[in-house]
Design a binder for this molecule. Structure first.
Ligand SMILES: Cc1ncc(COP(=O)(O)O)c(C=O)c1O
Ligand SMILES: N[C@@H](CCCC[NH3+])C(=O)O
Length: 410
């Protein structure tokens, strides 16, 4: 691996100096990388009227949302709180797509009151929406296309047995309900999963919508969701965004011809925009030899980066503070009182207690899935932008853990 693959600095800012300044563990994001990814997607779809709706849940820090907005992208929000974060970041309601899954009716009303487009993902919800709003509030419908795709079963969400969306087999029922309430349907949506490598899968999802679109005369957009796979290690395959752009744009333009009007094409990338921008830095507490393996115990764990334990996700690891030692094989484990393996069987430059390790691809679903399990504090976040480090979230303190606890007299 070359030094570019295992960077010592981001935009000229030394990662070790950040570890000193902000202490560990620490999430660091390369803002330039995020903007470059947005530009790459815009270029890949340059022949169609593309709207990017960044999947906020991947990395919902307000400063990151601002950066994404400045680069020309809107957002997809899956909770009313994400909608509010987007608005705090300066998004207009019209730039936000709200894609909830089985939320309360109160939350739907709140989104409508804010002026945000709601993505309806059940027939009862279409009905309730119709009863209250009729044709006064345009909405989108999330279709479940019955496509099995995604890096693992937990992140495959467009198949027949998934809770998401309304089955394409129920299209007649959807149309009847929409007609009954004279709903104004502005968009159709699919999202089949995350870590999807094959460009053809995006085309298949789009085609399900093109076919369904003939039932809806007032469409303004077709939303093909997110799920573009990034490389998690050297040589790992990733979605060829140029290829997806080429084949989906071509089919989309043909569809618009048939439909009789030009529509917008929306995409909701999360990982593609932010995964590779992120570096998670953690200090080594101990190196422990056993008869079978050598464990490196870090001052962090699944409470800060749950993807390895939750999805068997692979995050590349390197030794930042000792890059040139002899290579040895280690299991990198966390301090949580559970099986807490961050990375197994990894060849790293010799690790000593006190060394700083870096886990890569930590931008997407890293901090955003972090918790206080074991009563641990969540780390700080730093954004590198225009060659400067900016603290964009403070490290939690003990007071944050007890702030909402109510102590009773016993
Ligand atoms: C509706 C929706 N859109 C977009 C995304 C973003 O997925 P990814 O981060 O894989 O691009 C998700 C997450 O799975 C999602 O549920
Ligand atoms: N959280 C998942 C991706 C999004 C799944 C939600 N639909 C991951 O870290 O891979």
């Amino acid at each position: 691996m070359n030094s570019n693959q295992h960077p010592q600095d981001i935009q000229g800012v030394s990662l070790l100096s950040l570890a000193d300044q902000y202490e560990l563990p620490l999430y660091v994001y390369d803002g330039e990388k995020i903007v470059n990814q947005i530009h790459a997607m815009q270029e890949a779809f340059a022949s169609v009227p593309l709207k990017i709706k960044y999947a906020t849940k991947a990395l919902p820090n307000i400063s990151v949302l601002k950066l994404v907005r400045n680069a020309g992208a809107g957002i997809d929000a899956v909770s009313i709180e994400e909608v509010r974060l987007g608005m705090l970041a300066g998004y207009e309601a019209s730039e936000i797509m709200y894609t909830p899954s089985g939320v309360s009716w109160k939350e739907i009303e709140e989104a409508v009151d804010l002026g945000v487009m709601v993505n309806l993902d059940s027939i009862p919800l279409i009905r309730e929406f119709g009863e209250k709003y009729g044709n006064r509030v345009p909405a989108c419908i999330r279709i479940n296309p019955h496509i099995m795709a995604g890096g693992n079963s937990k992140i495959s969400v467009g198949h027949k047995h998934s809770k998401f969306g309304i089955s394409i087999e129920q299209i007649d029922q959807i149309v009847q309900t929409v007609e009954k309430y004279q709903l104004s349907i502005a968009g159709l949506h699919v999202h089949t999963g995350s870590d999807i490598l094959d460009a053809e899968v995006f085309l298949r999802g789009a085609k399900v919508l093109f076919d369904a679109a003939k039932h809806f005369k007032e469409l303004k957009f077709i939303d093909c969701g997110g799920g573009f796979k990034v490389a998690y290690k050297a040589g790992d395959p990733f979605t060829d965004i140029q290829e997806v752009g080429r084949i989906v744009s071509k089919a989309f333009l043909e569809f618009c011809e048939d439909y009789g009007r030009p529509l917008e094409l929306w995409l909701e990338p999360g990982k593609f925009l932010v995964s590779e921008s992120g570096y998670f830095l953690a200090k080594t507490n101990l190196v422990k030899e056993t008869p079978t393996v050598t464990f490196v115990g870090v001052d962090s764990g699944l409470n800060h980066l749950i993807r390895p334990m939750m999805y068997d996700a692979y995050h590349d690891v390197y030794n930042l503070s000792n890059p040139n030692g002899p290579e040895r094989t280690y299991h990198i484990v966390g301090y949580i009182c559970e099986t807490d393996t961050l990375a197994a069987d990894r060849k790293l430059s010799e690790v000593r207690a006190g060394d700083v390790l870096v886990l890569k691809n930590a931008g997407a679903y890293g901090f955003s899935m972090a918790s206080n399990y074991n009563s641990r504090l969540r780390p700080a976040e730093v954004l590198i932008w225009k060659g400067q480090a900016h603290l964009i979230r403070k490290r939690e303190e003990f007071e944050d853990l007890v702030r909402h606890q109510v102590q009773i007299e016993l």
